[in-house]
Design a protein around this ligand. Structure first.
Ligand SMILES: C[S@@+](CC[C@H](N)C(=O)[O-])C[C@H]1O[C@@H](n2cnc3c(N)ncnc32)[C@H](O)[C@@H]1O
Length: 450
C-alpha cells in the first residue's frame, strides 16, 4: 500500500507515486497547489477552493453539524456534515452533473444522503452494517405527515411509560420484568455481551423501551425500526463503555427515568430534523441497501449508468473495526451481523499479525468496488472520495497514492485536497517518520471509454 516507504527497507506495496519532498514542499506533479495551515490542494483551478473548503470546513460547521437529522445518532469516522454539503454542492451545484442522483456506497449513518436529500437529489445508500442502514433510513425518511405524527405520538407514549417504569423500580414491592427473549437470538450469549456494560436499573429501563418496540414490530416493522434508532442512539451514553471506538470502562451515574426521558428527547430531535429536511426541499427518492459495496450493480440493486455522482468515505485501511465498534448496540437490538463480520473491508481486526496481507486484500477489495462504481456512474459522472492515511503493521498507508493507483484505469483526477492530521501514538510516529499523516478528498471523473 505504500508508494513511498517511510523507511527505505520497509516492504513497498503498490505502484510508485510521486515521492514526498522535505520541508513541506509540493510533492505532486499534477498541478500547482496552494497552502493553508497544513492544507494542500491541486487539480483544476476552480475546484481547489471548494475542495479546500470541503475538507477544512468553515465557521458555520457547528451549525451544519447540528442541523437536519445529522445529530440523531453518532457514528465512528462519520463524514462531517459540512464536508458532505460542500461535496454535494461541488458535484451538483458547481459541476451540475446529471442525473441528480447521488450514491454513497459506504453510507454509514447517511451523512451524504441527508445532504443529498436537502439538495433535492435522489439518494442511494449502501452499507454492510445493518445498524448503519437502519440509522441512515431513519435520517432520510420520506415520511408522510400522518406517519410522522403517529411516530411522534408512539415515541412519546413509550418514553412516558419508560420513565414511570424507572421510577417504579424504587418501590419496595417492585418486581423486575423477565429479561427480553429475542427470536433467533441465544439469550445467554446476548446477556454475556450486554450485562457487563449496564447498571441493572439502566438496563431494565432500556429493555423496557426495547420490549415496547418489539410489540410495535408485530404490527408495523417500519415504525419499530425507526423507534429502535432512537433507542440505539442512547446505548453508549447510558452504558459503562467510553464510546463506540473505545471499549474502556467508565463510570456514569444514570438516574432512574433518565433513559426514558432521553428516548423521548431523541424522538423529538428526529421529528424536528425530518421536518427541517422536508422544508429544505427533500423530495427525491430514497433507496437504502444492506449490501456489499463490491456488489452494487445489477437488477434490483443499482442500474448501470444511473448515478450522477458518488460521494463517500470508504473505511480507512486497518483503522476502524465497525463490527467491534457496534457489537454492543447490535447485540442489544438483536440484529444479526454475520455477513457484515465476514465482508467488512479494511477492518482492523484482520491486521493483527498479518498486516501486509490484510492491506493488500483491502486494496483488492477497493479495486473491485471501483469497477462497480464505474459501471453505475453515467459517462462523465463524478466520484468524490474522502480517505485517510493509516498504518498497517509498521508500514504507512498513503491513502491518496493507493487510491490514485487503483482508480487510474477508469477515472481521471479533477481535483484533490489534503490536510495534515495528528499522528496518534508512537507507532504512527514511527511509521510516518518525517512525513505528515493526512486526510484527503479526491474528486474523480469517470473516463469515457476508448
Ligand atoms: C468511514 S465509514 C462511513 C461513514 C459515513 N460517511 C457517515 O458519515 O456516517 C465506512 C463505512 O463502510 C462500511 N463498510 C465496510 N465494509 C463494507 C462493505 N464491504 N460494503 C459496504 N460497506 C462497508 C462500514 O460499515 C462503515 O459504515
Amino acid at each position: 500500500m505504500s508508494s513511498r516507504p517511510a523507511k527505505p527497507n520497509s516492504k513497498a506495496l503498490g505502484a510508485k507515486s510521486p515521492q514526498p519532498q522535505k520541508g513541506g514542499k509540493q510533492r505532486r506533479s499534477q498541478a500547482t497547489t496552494r497552502r493553508s495551515v497544513g492544507i494542500k490542494a491541486g487539480g483544476i483551478k476552480t475546484l481547489r477552493e471548494p475542495l479546500t473548503y470541503a475538507l477544512r470546513g468553515a465557521k458555520d460547521d457547528e451549525l451544519v453539524k447540528n442541523s437536519l437529522t445529522h445529530p440523531l445518532h453518532s457514528y465512528p469516522a462519520r463524514m462531517h456534515p459540512a464536508t458532505a454539503r460542500a461535496l454535494v454542492d461541488i458535484c451538483f451545484g458547481i459541476e451540475k452533473v446529471q442525473p441528480r442522483v447521488v450514491l454513497d456506497p459506504f453510507c454509514g449513518s447517511g451523512t451524504t444522503l441527508v445532504e443529498g436529500r436537502a439538495a433535492g437529489l435522489d439518494v442511494i445508500g449502501a452499507d454492510l452494517n445493518p445498524l448503519a442502514v437502519r440509522i441512515a433510513r431513519a435520517k432520510t425518511w420520506a415520511c408522510p405527515k400522518k406517519r410522522l405524527t403517529a411516530f411522534e405520538q408512539l415515541g412519546a407514549k413509550i418514553s412516558a411509560a419508560a420513565v414511570e417504569e424507572g421510577k417504579a423500580a424504587r418501590r419496595a414491592d417492585y418486581e423486575p420484568r423477565p429479561i427480553r427473549i429475542l427470536k433467533g437470538v441465544d439469550p445467554a450469549a446476548r446477556d454475556e455481551e450486554i450485562a457487563p456494560w449496564y447498571a441493572p436499573h439502566v438496563r431494565r429501563e432500556l429493555e423496557f423501551i426495547a420490549g415496547a418496540i418489539d410489540e410495535e414490530r408485530e404490527e408495523d416493522e417500519q415504525m419499530a425500526d425507526l423507534l429502535s434508532v432512537c433507542l440505539s442512539s442512547l446505548l453508549i451514553k447510558t452504558s459503562r463503555r467510553t464510546s463506540d471506538t473505545s471499549p474502556k470502562g467508565m463510570k456514569r451515574n444514570i438516574a432512574r427515568g433518565a433513559p426514558g426521558r432521553w428516548f423521548g428527547e431523541r424522538i423529538e430531535l428526529m421529528v424536528q430534523g425530518l421536518i427541517d429536511l422536508h422544508r429544505e426541499g427533500a423530495s427525491g427518492d430514497v433507496t437504502l441497501l444492506e449490501r456489499d459495496a463490491r456488489k452494487l450493480v445489477g437488477p434490483g440493486v443499482v442500474a448501470p449508468e444511473s448515478v450522477g455522482a458518488i460521494i463517500s468515505s470508504p473505511p480507512y485501511i486497518g483503522t476502524y473495526d465497525y463490527v467491534d465498534h457496534h457489537r454492543l448496540r447490535l447485540a442489544f437490538l438483536g440484529m444479526p451481523y454475520d455477513d457484515f463480520e465476514r465482508k467488512e473491508i479494511g477492518a482492523r481486526r484482520r491486521f493483527k499479525g498479518r498486516a501486509h496481507q490484510a492491506a493488500l486484500k483491502a486494496i483488492d477489495d477497493f479495486k473491485e468496488c471501483l469497477k462497480g462504481f464505474d459501471e453505475v456512474l453515467v459517462p462523465g459522472g463524478l466520484m468524490a472520495l474522502m480517505v485517510g492515511d493509516s498504518v498497517a503493521g509498521v508500514e504507512p498507508v498513503w491513502a491518496d497514492g493507493v487510491l490514485r493507483e487503483i482508480a487510474e484505469d477508469r477515472f481521471s483526477v479533477l481535483g484533490w485536497v489534503s490536510q495534515e492530521r495528528d499522528k496518534l501514538g508512537s507507532l504512527e510516529k514511527r511509521a510516518f517518520g518525517e512525513y505528515p499523516k493526512r486526510e484527503h478528498i479526491l474528486l474523480f471523473e469517470k473516463k469515457s471509454q476508448s
